[in-house]
Design a protein around this ligand. Sequence first.
Ligand SMILES: [Zn+2]
Length: 250
Amino acid sequence: MARHGRRSGIIGGAAVAVASLGVAGYLTFGQSGATSEAHAGPTEQAKPAPVDPSIVHASDRPGKSLNITIDDGPDPVWTPKVLATLKKYDVKATFCMIGPQAAAHPDLVKQVAAAGHKLCDHTISHNTGMDHRPETYQSQQIVDAQQMIEKAADGPRVDYYRAPGGAFTPYSRTLAAEHGMRPLGWNVDSKDFERPGTDAIVRTVRRELRNGPTVLFHDGGGDRSQTVAALDRLLPWMKQQGYGFGFPKR
Ligand SMILES: [Zn+2]
C-alpha cells in the first residue's frame, strides 16, 4: 500500500469511504461524494472560476495605458488586416466575437489567440435590444456564443462578455461572470462603424481619449478599410504620447 495514497471506490454507484494517511501519521477517513473522480465529468472540471460581474473599463496594465477592443468579427477580409496592423506596432487587443462567425472561421479565432490577443463573447445574434428579452434568450445568446468561440479557439478561454450596443442587464452580467467572463464596457467609441472617413475616426479617438482607457473599433459588419487605416495612424501616435497597451481588468 502506498504511504500517502488516496483510495476510493464505487460500489453499485454509491461512494465508499476514502482513507488517507496524513502527514502526522494519523489514519483519517473522509466520505467521497460528488467530488469522486468517477463522478467528475470533463465539463465540470473545465468550468472557469467566476469573476466580478460589474462592467469593467480599467486596464490591467499600470501607468498610462489603453485597451484596444475590436468588435463584430471575426471577418475573413478585415480581421487579418487588423491583425497585421496590430502586429506592425506590437499592440495586443481584445476581440469581441460573434459566435456563428467564430464557428464559421475557426482559423481566424485561433490566429487571434495565437498572436496574444484576448477573446470576448459578443453573443450569437448581436441583438442590441436583448436587454428587453427574457432571461432564457439572454442566456442562450451568451452561453452558446461562448461555447462556439471556445470550440473554435480550441484551448484559449473567452475572458470577457460585451453586450451588443451595451445592452447589459444585471442578469446577463451575473451569468457572464459565472461563466468566467468579465462584463466589458468602453470609454471611447471611435464611431468607425458609421464609416465617417479615416480622418474623422482619428480625430474622434484623439479627442475622446481622456474619457478612459478602453477604445472601441470594429473588424466586422461591413467595409472596415477606414478602421484599418485609422489604426495605422492612431497606434503609432498613441505610443508617441506615452501610452502602453493592456487588457481590460478581470
Ligand atoms: Zn458590436
